[in-house]
Each structure stands twice: as C-alpha cells, then as structure tokens.
Design a protein around this ligand. Sequence first.
Ligand SMILES: [Zn+2]
Length: 131
Amino acid sequence: MRKQKKQQTLNVRISKAIWNLCNRKKKKLEVTKEWKEQLKNKIIDSICNRCKYCKKPITVGSFSIDHNIALSRNGTNELDNLDIIDLDCNLFKGNLTGKEFSKLVEFLKPFPEMEKILRTRLKMSGFVYNE
Ligand SMILES: [Zn+2]
C-alpha cells in the first residue's frame, strides 16, 4: 500500500517535470510518445543514483531535468542533452554547461562554506551566465 502511494507520487512528479519541460516560456515543445517514455525511464533509473555534480542521492522529491547545454546557449531537448540531477544543483548551475559547472563545483570543493553561500546567493538572484 505504502509502496503503491510512493509509486503514484513518483509518477505524478515525473509527469509534472516533463510537462514543465515541454511547456516553458509559452513555447510548446512538440515531442513524441517515445521521447516521453524514454525520458520517464531515464528519470526512474536515476532515482537513488547520485547527482553527478554534488554526489548526493537523487530522490523522488529532489530530481530535476537539466539541459547539459542550456537551451539559451543553443542546447537541444535531445535525450542525450538531458541529465537527471538534483534540483539544488540545477538551480545553482543556471545556464552553465555541465563541463563549466563541474569545474565550478571542483573549484569550490576546498571552500564548503563559500560554496554554501554562493549556492544560496545565485539561486536567489536567478543567476544566468552570459558570454
Ligand atoms: Zn547535485
């Protein structure tokens, strides 16, 4: 019974996340049923795995769909450009590429307090990287 409820919560959260991805900024994304199914499976597979950036476990409550290369920097919605990472990192990453964000996370490792402050500040300001 409990497990069933958990499964329902997961399905609802996955549907919402995919819906949000397809309906951002009034620009509706046309996707195939197959793409949706594959993305759904990608999310399910990533639950309980660790976030590739902060290494925290990804949970039903914390997963998010991230564009490795942001749409604002000519990234696509192809499945291989979509990573499942924890929401905290997604908000911190902004439109940095996965490569840039990895470097930032690595750079900040010796300074955990600074990282905490930066994460909070960048999230609050809606940090966007512009070339
Ligand atoms: Zn993370």
